[in-house]
Design a protein around this ligand. Structure first.
Ligand SMILES: C[S@@+](CC[C@H](N)C(=O)[O-])C[C@H]1O[C@@H](n2cnc3c(N)ncnc32)[C@H](O)[C@@H]1O
Length: 199
């Protein structure tokens, strides 16, 4: 009996450490609800063939929805080995491994220059640190969707008050227009932005 209790205690400790240790490097694991995931991808205007990068991919749920429901090429960046493995396993079990890649990497070192959409649900400290990297690397047309955490100093293109989702267009923070063929679309209805949402 004592051995079983010890085993359970050790397991609980391993799970707690696995969930929590990444709060030191960008955010503890706290999965986004499916309904909010879908809303984030819709607000981003994710289209078939576009490349989505999820910074801190957790169990891969955003990647799965992006590939399965939107036909996107989804790339997940995850530093925790268990969640990295879980994300890869889920992609394989869903038969979507040709559309999804999960990299075990620190997202502060990830090249973001190929992204059409970037998603994140991280600590405010990590988002604050990422603001400069995103400004430097994300292509002008790239949409950045942050759940619950605003990007400091960035003009908000759309804010979904119901679920606290922030949407940004990367070029706007550099004063750039989107390149030809990537024409700016109107912000989603109800953004409440006085200028119609243009950055
Ligand atoms: C709040 S969870 C979000 C998971 C998933 N994106 C979702 O929305 O369900 C944050 C994830 O980011 C990962 N993470 C934190 N810091 C990281 C870093 N520096 N590089 C890569 N992943 C990181 C954590 O391990 C955790 O799985």
């Amino acid at each position: 009996m004592a051995a079983v209790l010890w085993g359970l205690a050790v397991m609980a400790a391993v799970v707690a450490v696995s969930v929590g240790w990444t709060s030191l490097v960008g955010g503890a694991w706290s999965p986004t609800r499916g309904r909010v995931v879908r809303k984030m991808l819709q607000l981003a205007g994710l289209s078939p063939g576009a490349q989505l990068i999820d910074l801190g991919a957790g169990d891969g749920r955003i990647l799965l929805a992006a590939a399965r429901e939107f036909g996107a090429r989804a790339v997940g960046i995850e530093i925790d080995p268990f969640r990295w493995a879980l994300g890869r396993l889920r992609a394989r079990l869903a038969g979507l491994h040709e559309h999804i890649s999960v990299r075990r990497e620190n997202f502060f070192a990830t090249d973001l220059s190929g992204a059409d959409v970037i998603t994140m649900y991280l600590s405010q400290a990590a988002v604050d640190r990422l603001a400069e990297k995103l400004r430097a690397e994300a292509p002008a047309h790239c949409r950045i969707v942050s759940y619950r955490r605003p990007l400091p100093g960035w003009p908000v293109w759309h804010w979904d008050a119901a679920d606290d989702v922030y949407v940004y267009v990367a070029g706007a923070v550099r004063g750039e227009s989107p390149p030809p063929g990537r024409a700016e679309r109107a912000p989603p209805a109800g953004s409440g932005l006085a200028d119609g949402g243009r950055c």
